[in-house]
Design a protein around this ligand. Structure first.
Ligand code: SF4
Ligand code: SF4
Length: 762
């Protein structure tokens, strides 16, 4: 925490910096001088370099940091970035009262990817009870204007949340509503700083007014479906992970004051004059030296650093003795429970009285706890990079379930009861056949397109896909049937079987399933199609073609019209020599995957069912793609080199798996508008895109690490390159606070897998 300015334009009477025991601010420079900023940045960079830290969090604080003005703030941000980013990802934050916040500053925040928390105590009466100017005037409108600026779509990525200090004299419902009205990504509720020497205000006879007040707010929050992340409530849940104020995690905050002094956490200023001091400064002392200071070290000891009462407390793992400063009592120092002990005990009871949040509300998982649910197990398994056969089978089964749901929705829409009835009959008589047809990767795009043609633009007119699906299943099952099948561009496509392309078919054709094939009638056209490969070719019939690969046959899909769902041009049907050449490359590439990364090969064997050739583009000869609605398929340019093709297959299959996971679990907080900088793209990316990139690059890293182990030329350099990308992307995601609890768990496990492969490759 960097105290870049030590004065403030507000005069809040609950401020621990100016109104409580510590008064060291009086002897400090008004603003942090440039030489001190430089020395601080170098110390942080030195620590990141020496310990190989993936990410450093720096919070700009005050006083009021915006008193620096835009130019002064830019200087500080530039200094921090240039010193620290060569060694670690820099997560920049700021805590402000918002009074001076304007558009120019917002643009600066976005430019430097700086996340801003605003102090705001709720409705006008609540906020202005304490948060006023020196002349007593209200700050409420100023702060609301600042919050409105941060909420704008172009600034939203810089809106970190609201910090609200509790006052039990305020109306909890009105405070809750006022906070929610500002649409913050996160709310931090702060108990007013107090000690056993200066106990908190308890205006009524109730013994636990803070627990009662917070309990009321908690109930509203649960009843509303936990619409916003409230850190205090989440931290106090079993396995909630803790914060600086709760839990047993080691303290990881140090403060650099405006004069360059190293200090302990800021809240200690409430205990006594000089309580936060260490005697060290950034000019002469490193972070490691400060970390050995007894006041810092004792806060690394978990439960052993607490008083006897706390150590025997049944909820110590969640409470952690409360905020360190709140334990102070003259005589016994910090060796006491929190002055809020009774409130904390009761509040934890209140939190426990409600059911845990559903995954849709905020996820059940913390990043480090052992797997306790099937969802945990699936995510943990996939976070290894590849995923087991049973997980792949689960993903395939859930994708099929989604396709069936879409099919039912289309039935409701189309009224094609004959096709539906035939499918239902076949689902009972020959379920494996219906499963095989519905598992074809391009069935779902057709259904989605039929239900909403705006989802997959470029697929042309939407037709009812049910009759073609039913006929395909009937043909495969050898069950006689007659249906009218819609025609698209002179073609009828039967998924998994092929396409009949004949001029003059019109808009609809009668298709009759007969032994060995099917007959088509439309106007003057009458055509029998025999599917026996030994029979003479039927006019206009373009059968699908399989490629034999180590994992079994894979479809070379160059005919289904719904394969055109990748947002880039697909190749039209390949001539026989080109199809054979691609088939050979794919089979060789598959063997390369088995050679390099057998665990990924097993995952490919378990799920990849079709490969779509993309249209050649001399400007971009190496392209590949997956589509969220086409699980089981990847699209690639027909590159002749199996080693290259192997990397493309592994890379794209990661996207397909993660897409299926995202159909099941919310890993990214919805609707945040966050954008994250990543090393593999010039433009900041949304969190889901970063997650996809990280997951794909993890697998590519593993491929190159395996090749490096067999001394393939340049493999070590490629491995290091992709390792850095994956690590930086994962750290950026974790720092972005844009993941759900399940997402954080997934990325944290993935990060762990990355470290394992790194160690393994040494
Ligand atoms: S805005 Fe913050 S720093 Fe300024 S007086 Fe209020 S509490 Fe203190
Ligand atoms: S402060 Fe109270 S509730 Fe918290 S751990 Fe200590 S004894 Fe338990």
């Amino acid at each position: 925490m960097l105290k870049v300015h030590s004065r403030c334009d507000l005069s809040c009477d609950h401020c621990y910096i100016y109104q409580h025991a510590d008064q060291t601010w009086r002897g400090r420079p008004t603003r942090m001088p440039p030489a001190t900023v430089q020395a601080a940045a170098r110390r942080i960079a030195e620590h990141a370099r020496e310990h190989g830290l993936p990410v450093v969090h720096v919070v700009l604080h005050g006083g009021e940091p915006l008193l620096l003005g835009a130019a002064g703030l830019r200087d500080v941000l530039a200094e921090l970035r240039s010193a620290i980013t060569p060694w670690a990802r820099l997560d920049l934050r700021m805590q402000t009262n918002g009074v001076l916040l304007d558009e120019e500053l917002c643009r600066l925040f976005v430019e430097y990817d700086l996340r801003v928390g605003v102090s705001f105590d709720g409705d006008r009466a609540a906020n202005d009870r304490h948060r006023v100017f020196a002349h007593g005037g209200s700050s409420h409108d100023h702060v609301r204007r600042a919050l409105a600026l941060l909420r704008r779509p172009e600034h939203r990525t810089s809106y970190a949340g609201i910090l609200c200090t509790v006052d039990v004299r305020n109306d909890p419902d009105r405070v809750y509503e006022a906070l929610l009205a500002e649409s913050p990504p996160r709310v931090d509720l702060l108990l007013p700083h107090a000690t056993w020497d200066q106990p908190p205000e308890r205006p009524g006879p109730e013994p636990t007014p803070y627990a009662d007040w917070l309990g009321r707010l908690h109930r509203r929050w649960v009843d509303d479906g936990r619409p916003v992340s409230i850190r205090m409530f989440e931290a106090l849940r079993p396995g909630g992970g803790g914060t600086e104020a709760f839990g047993l995690a080691p303290a990881d905050v140090l403060v650099i004051e405006a004069d360059g002094s190293w200090e302990q956490v800021d809240s200690l200023k409430t205990a006594y004059h000089g309580a936060a001091g260490t005697g060290f400064d950034v000019f002469d002392n490193s972070v490691d030296e400060v970390a050995r200071h007894p006041g810092v070290a004792v806060r690394q000891d978990g439960v052993d650093g607490l008083c006897l009462t706390c150590r025997s407390c049944p909820v110590v793992d969640r409470c952690g003795g409360g905020l360190y400063a709140h334990r102070w009592r003259t005589g016994s120092g910090f060796d006491n429970p929190s002055v809020y002990c009774a409130d904390l005990l009761r509040l934890i009871d209140t939190v426990d009285a409600y059911p845990p949040p559903t995954p849709a509300e905020s996820g059940e998982w913390s990043a480090t706890s052992p797997a306790t649910s099937p969802a945990d197990e699936v995510l943990d398994d996939l976070a290894t990079g590849h995923g087991s056969a049973s997980t792949l089978a689960l993903l395939a089964a859930t994708q099929l379930s989604i396709t069936r749901a879409l099919l039912a929705a289309c039935r409701d829409r189309s009224g094609a009861t004959a096709a539906w009835d035939l499918l239902v009959h076949l689902d009972q008589a020959a379920p494996e056949v219906v499963r095989a047809v519905l598992a074809h990767p391009f069935v779902r795009p057709g259904l989605v397109h039929r239900l909403d043609s705006s989802v997959l633009p470029g697929l042309g007119a939407a037709v009812d896909p049910l009759p073609a699906l039913a006929i395909a299943a009937a043909v495969r099952a050898g069950v006689p049937a007659v249906l009218h099948v819609p025609v698209r561009a002179d073609a009828i496509t039967l998924p998994t079987l092929g396409s009949l392309v004949l001029p003059g078919l019109g808009e609809s054709a009668e298709v009759t399933v007969r032994p060995g094939g099917f007959q088509v009638r439309a106007g003057s056209v009458e055509q029998m199609v025999l599917l026996d490969p030994l029979a003479p070719p039927s006019t206009g019939w373009l059968p699908t073609r399989d490629v034999s690969v180590p994992g079994g046959p894979v479809l070379l899909e160059d005919g289904d019209p719904y394969r055109d769902c990748y947002g880039q041009p697909v190749a039209s049907r390949l001539e026989v020599p080109a199809a054979r050449a691609l088939g050979r490359t794919l089979a060789d590439a598959w063997r390369v995957v088995h050679r390099d990364v057998p665990a990924h090969a097993a995952a490919l064997d378990g799920g990849l069912r079709a490969v779509v050739p993309l249209a050649p583009d001399p400007a971009r000869p190496l392209r590949s793609a997956t589509a969220r609605h086409a699980f089981g398929a990847v699209a690639v340019t027909p590159h002749p080199d199996p080693e290259t093709m192997a990397v493309l297959l592994v890379h794209e299959w990661q996207h397909a798996k993660l897409g299926a996971v995202l159909d099941l679990y919310d890993l990214v907080e919805p609707g945040q508008g966050t954008r994250i900088r990543v090393p593999w793209r010039p433009d900041p990316r949304p969190p889901e895109g970063v997650l996809q990139g990280v997951y794909a690059h993890l697998a590519v890293t593993q491929v190159w690490q395996s090749r490096a182990a067999t001394d393939q030329p340049d493999a070590s350099a490629h491995a290091a390159h992709f390792l850095a990308w994956t690590r930086d992307g994962a750290d950026a995601l974790l720092a972005s606070r844009s993941l759900t609890a399940a997402g954080e768990r997934f990325v944290a496990q993935l990060r762990h897998a990355l470290e394992e492969t790194r160690v393994g490759s040494r």
